[in-house]
Write a protein that binds this ligand. Structure first.
Ligand code: NCD
Length: 355
């Protein structure tokens, strides 16, 4: 592919952000594409979190009827970008509901994408086979493009398919935000009356964009969001405007110590190296915010430390990881498990199998 045709593809995919408006959930998840947290309101969050807790309890109880919820239903998994947790947790969630999963054997790079097929046609193919499609793609707007074409395809075929975004370039990661907020609600009874500090790459970190907006959409009472990043990696103005408009108090700084001792939830992130156009720009700031056991000890005693993972040196050395992991304030493994519970709830609701 020539450089100009790659640029053309990128532009075309981004256009779908304007061409396609995701439907509001409005208390009804059935058949809806899930591609932005902006589709959710407080009542929708209350609904999905109630189902999440119910399904979690049913797993604990080894409830044999759990596998009836998605029996005979199929999820297609289209990952055009690296993933461990999002990919595996969606697959695990579908199987725990009794459904099945199809993927391109040997990965999507060995599907007809290799022959030059475009995104729309790959989506149409999976759309012909599955009830739900999960897509992760490096370009912003890719899940919007998938939804746009699936709406047209669904009118022509027998089994309609809903797409769920597993991460849209540096744009959004709605299901990660759903599981992050669930964890904050579950462990800290929040986000009301909490100071939540987001640290690291707030410019390219899609989990942060979705989480910040979702906290605004919760209608949070007395929540302060501290945004700590190098000046070059500030949160995008569109996200900032959104959260301010939704009544969240915001404190932006590049000095963690300004806010650390008031923090209830510390959300650490990886610098998104793969999104930088110039390696030198990454290297200039890659060592700015490193979580270590000593640093965590300076945070309030009842803080929770979250991280969407994967982690690299922003969580110190592998030895630091071992020490951090033993600290009860580190909750990223509970967060990861919650990801499966929340995705089970979301898919059961989109399939119309749970209210
Ligand atoms: C994140 C992602 O892919 O955006 N990971 C995840 O889904 N849990 C965060 C990251 O890659 O840093």
């Amino acid at each position: 592919m020539s450089d100009s045709s790659i640029n053309m593809t990128v532009r075309q995919t981004e256009q779908f952000l304007h061409l396609y408006k995701p439907p509001a959930i409005d208390g009804n998840f059935k058949g809806k594409h899930i591609i932005s947290v902006e589709q959710f309101h407080r009542q929708d969050l209350d609904m999905i979190y109630a189902v999440t807790k119910d399904l979690r309890q049913r797993i604990i109880n080894h409830d044999p009827s759990l596998v009836k919820l998605a029996e005979g239903r199929l999820m297609a998994s289209l990952f055009f970008e690296a993933s461990t947790r999002t990919d595996m947790s969606f697959q695990a969630a579908m199987r725990r509901l009794g459904g099945s999963v199809v993927t391109a054997s040997n990965g999507v790079q060995f599907s007809s994408v290799y022959k030059g097929e475009n995104l729309a046609d790959t989506v149409r193919a999976a759309g012909c086979y599955a009830d739900i499609m999960v897509i992760r793609h490096p370009q912003i707007g890719s899940s919007y493009e998938a939804a746009y074409y699936l709406d047209r395809l669904n009118e022509r075929i027998t089994i309609p398919t809903a797409v769920i975004s597993g991460g849209d370039g540096a744009g959004e990661h709605p299901t990660q935000a759903l599981l992050d907020l669930f964890t904050i609600a579950d462990l800290k009874n929040g986000p009301d009356n909490l100071t939540i500090t987001l640290v690291g790459d707030l410019l390219y970190g899609r989990t942060v964009h979705s989480l910040a907006k979702l906290i605004g959409l919760w209608g949070a009472q007395n929540t302060t969001l501290c945004l700590v990043s190098p000046p070059s990696l500030r949160i995008p103005d569109t996200v900032l405007d959104f959260i301010v408009k939704h009544g969240v108090k915001v404190h932006e700084t590049n000095d963690l110590y300004e806010v650390l001792n008031q923090t209830d939830v510390l959300y650490w992130t990886r610098i998104q190296e793969e999104r930088f156009a110039r390696k030198a720009d990454y290297e200039a700031i890659s060592d700015n915010f490193i979580m270590t056991p000593a640093l965590l000890n300076q945070a309030p005693r009842d803080v929770i430390l979250m991280h969407p993972l994967p982690r690299k040196h922003e969580m110190g050395t592998p030895h630091d990881h071992d020490i951090l992991d033993k600290n009860p304030r580190s909750v990223y493994f509970q967060q990861m498990e919650n990801g499966m519970f929340v995705r089970m709830a979301l898919m059961a609701m989109v399939l119309g199998a749970a209210v």
